[in-house]
Design a protein around this ligand. Structure first.
Ligand code: PMV
Length: 312
C-alpha cells in the first residue's frame, strides 16, 4: 500500500538566441514553455519499478546520482512514473526537464527543504551523462522558469538572470523532424568549425551576442524588429553549419511569405534540424504553410513556470 506519493513537473524550453555560442562563454536567452514532463514517485514493495521501460537505464542512473549527491541510502522499493508532453531529441529540452523533475521529486519524496540551486546543480550532473559538455542552460531554465539570460563562464561558474519581460511574442513551433545527430555530435561539428576557421567563428559568435542583447531589449519593451532578429540569428546558425539543407529550404519558404524562422537548439545537418521557431505577423499564413508541408506545428506559450509540485 502506498504510504508516500509525490508528483513534480518541469517545463521544456526553447532557445531564443545564442545556442552553440553559449558553449564558448557567450550569452543565450532561453524561455520555459507550456509543455511539461512529470515524475511521480511512490513507495511500493516491488523493488525499483520504472515506467515507461524505454528510459530505464537513464532513470536508474539519475536515481543513483541523486542518492549519492544527497548522501542517502536505502529507498530500494520505489515506483517511478514518467509522463511527458515534450518530444524527445528535437531541442525542446526533454532530458533537462526529466533531470530537473526527478531531482525535485526526490527532494519532495524525502521531505527535504526545496532548494532550486541544489536541484539545478544535481540536474546538471544528470544532463552531463546525456550530453557530455552541456552549457547547463536547459536545466537552469527548466528549474527556474520564465525567460533567462544565461552565460556559462566556466564549468563551475554560471551566471543567469531572469528577464523582466513586457512583451510575449506570439511564436509557433514547427517540428522539422528528429535530427540524425545528437546534441553532443552537433557541439563537435561546431568545435571542428572553430578549429578550421577560428576568426570566422569568433565573428559569428560576436554577432550572435549582439543579436542576443537585442532580443533582451525587445523583450523588455524596446521597439525592435523581432522577425528581423530571428532571421539574422538563423543566418548565423547556418554559417556555423548546424542547419540542414532540408531545413534551410523550409525556412526560406517561411521567409518568402513574409515570416521568419530559426532552429532552436543544437540543430542537425544530415537530415532534419529539430524544432523550428516560427514567427509571422499573420499566423494564418504559417498555419497554411504547415498544412501544405505536412509539418506538425503548435503555438507555444513562453515564460512559463519552472519546476513545481503537482497534485496527485
Ligand atoms: O540539446 P538542445 O538541442 O537543446 O541544444 C542545446 C544547445 C547547445 O547550445 C547546442 C548546447 C548547450 O548545452 O547549450
Amino acid at each position: 500500500m502506498a504510504v508516500n506519493k509525490v508528483k513534480v513537473s518541469a517545463p521544456g524550453k526553447i532557445i531564443l538566441s545564442g545556442e552553440h555560442a553559449v558553449v564558448y562563454g557567450y550569452p543565450e536567452i532561453l524561455s520555459a514553455i507550456n509543455r511539461r514532463l512529470s515524475v511521480e514517485i511512490e513507495e511500493t514493495v516491488l523493488g525499483l519499478d520504472i515506467q515507461p521501460i524505454e528510459g530505464k537505464s537513464l532513470v536508474e542512473y539519475a536515481v543513483e546520482m541523486i542518492k549519492a549527491r544527497l548522501k542517502i541510502s536505502g529507498h530500494k522499493n520505489l515506483k517511478i512514473r514518467i509522463n511527458s508532453q515534450i518530444s524527445i531529441g528535437g531541442g525542446l529540452g526533454s532530458s533537462a526537464a526529466f533531470a530537473v523533475a526527478i531531482t525535485a521529486a526526490f527532494f519532495e519524496f524525502l521531505k527535504l527543504p526545496r532548494s532550486l540551486k541544489k536541484i539545478n546543480e544535481i540536474a546538471y550532473e544528470i544532463e552531463k551523462k546525456q550530453h557530455g559538455t552541456p552549457s547547463g542552460g536547459d536545466n537552469t531554465v527548466s528549474t527556474y522558469g520564465g525567460f533567462l539570460l544565461y552565460r556559462k563562464e566556466t564549468e563551475t561558474f554560471k551566471v543567469f538572470s531572469p528577464l523582466k519581460t513586457k512583451v510575449f511574442p506570439s511564436i509557433y513551433l514547427m517540428y522539422s523532424g528528429k535530427p540524425e545527430e545528437s546534441t553532443g555530435e552537433m557541439i563537435k561539428t561546431v568545435k571542428d568549425f572553430i578549429l578550421r576557421s577560428p576568426k570566422e567563428a569568433e565573428k559569428i559568435f560576436k554577432e550572435t551576442e549582439k543579436i542576443t542583447r537585442n532580443f533582451s531589449r525587445f523583450l523588455s519593451g524596446e521597439e525592435l524588429n523581432f522577425g528581423g532578429l530571428i532571421t539574422r540569428n538563423e543566418r548565423l546558425l547556418e554559417q556555423l553549419g548546424v542547419v540542414s539543407v532540408k531545413t534551410k529550404r523550409l525556412i526560406q519558404k517561411i521567409e518568402s511569405t513574409g515570416g521568419s524562422a530559426k532552429i532552436s537548439g543544437a540543430g542537425g545537418v544530415k537530415g532534419d534540424s529539430g524544432i523550428i521557431l516560427a514567427y509571422h505577423q499573420d499566423p494564418k499564413v504559417l498555419i497554411k504553410l504547415a498544412n501544405e508541408e505536412k509539418i506538425d506545428m503548435f503555438k507555444v506559450k513562453l515564460g512559463e513556470r519552472g519546476v513545481r509540485n503537482e497534485k496527485n
